[in-house]
Write a protein that binds this ligand. Sequence first.
Ligand code: SAH
Length: 205
Amino acid sequence: MIRELQVCGIQDSRTLAAMRETPRHLFVEEAMQDLAYSDAPLPIGGGQTISQPYIVALMTETLALRGPEKVLEIGTGSGYQTVILSHLCARVCTVERVELLLNRARRLFDQLRCHNISSRLGDGTTGWPAAAPFDRIIVTAAGPEVPEPLLQQLADPGLLIMPVGDRSRQVLAVVERVEGEFLARELAPVRFVDLIGVHGWNEAD
Ligand code: SAH
């Protein structure tokens, strides 16, 4: 899997090392374990998916983590991306709205001895005000726009990455905060599950 990521253009050695150290098969359903190291998204229950390894790598590399950062992640899901981040920064604060998924992810954080992860059940579109500001914010579900509370909770300088678009296709948006200004660019076309919440999509729609 790591070789495949390199062929696809992932270069950051810290990202590749963190992915090499994280056993993806623990994060997927038992029936899917044979596919855990192929470059594909897989179901994790509750209609949610663990992202394709290439996208995890691309988003992680783009965050350009060097070690001291505090990172906010919205959409814990299986916890796979969370564990990778936990290898690369000082603290990860992660928010998930589906209790079953969060409980499962928490057990894996303990099992893998990731002690720098704080997690919370709730609507991540409002961020985690008590723990802000964050040097980096990563949203792993797709919404119509970047939630305003997340921009407010981004440190200066800071960097946010999130899939933005309609419910069937999106682009990875990268927002950099520098000296009070927000600079946005688009990284790649992607397809993520819905970000559901006050500043995301409505669940019923
Ligand atoms: N990064 C995850 C991908 C999970 S899929 C992984 O590596 O497995 C996206 C997740 O976002 C789902 O678990 C979904 O329940 C969650 N989600 C959607 N809207 C959310 C919200 N407003 N707050 C927190 N989590 C949310």
